[in-house]
Design a protein around this ligand. Structure first.
Ligand SMILES: [Zn+2]
Length: 137
């Protein structure tokens, strides 16, 4: 085995150990092996520096900014309030449609059934169905 290949294999092993050390899972012997190799190998020192920079940047990106949890909660509460007010609006619309249908029936005389006022009746039915669908969610 050439000297270069031996060094490459040693460096390859040390880089794996560096990764274990960064994850805090390297044994004492593995850390000693790293400590013995790094002073004599600029390539592995550079690799360790690059790895540390990447890990630091990832930790920075993964961290949650202050107040983020509160902002998410406030947004969820706002959405819930909007959904409730939409349900109230649909209920009010359904009640109004029923009233319009009732007034139409009364206006046309007592003998007129809801079936003879299809437009109001269908609108009422559609509004009630959509309100029930909203509440079912
Ligand atoms: Zn090396």
């Amino acid at each position: 085995m050439s000297e270069n290949t031996e060094k490459d294999l040693r460096c390859e092993r040390v880089r794996l150990l560096l990764s274990r050390a960064a994850d805090a899972v390297a044994t004492a012997e593995q850390r000693a092996e790293i400590d013995a190799h790094l002073p004599e190998c600029a390539d592995c020192r550079a690799a360790r520096a690059a790895d540390e920079a990447v890990r630091a940047r990832l930790a920075e990106l993964a961290s949650v900014p202050p107040g983020f949890g509160e902002q998410v909660l406030a947004a969820a509460r706002h959405q819930a309030a909007v959904a409730r007010s939409q349900n109230r609006f649909l209920m009010a619309a359904a009640v109004a449609a029923v009233l319009v249908a009732a007034v139409t029936v009364l206006w046309r005389g007592g003998g007129t059934s809801l079936d003879s006022a299809p437009t109001s009746h269908e609108a009422t039915r559609a509004l009630i169905a959509s309100n029930l669908a909203e509440r079912g969610r």
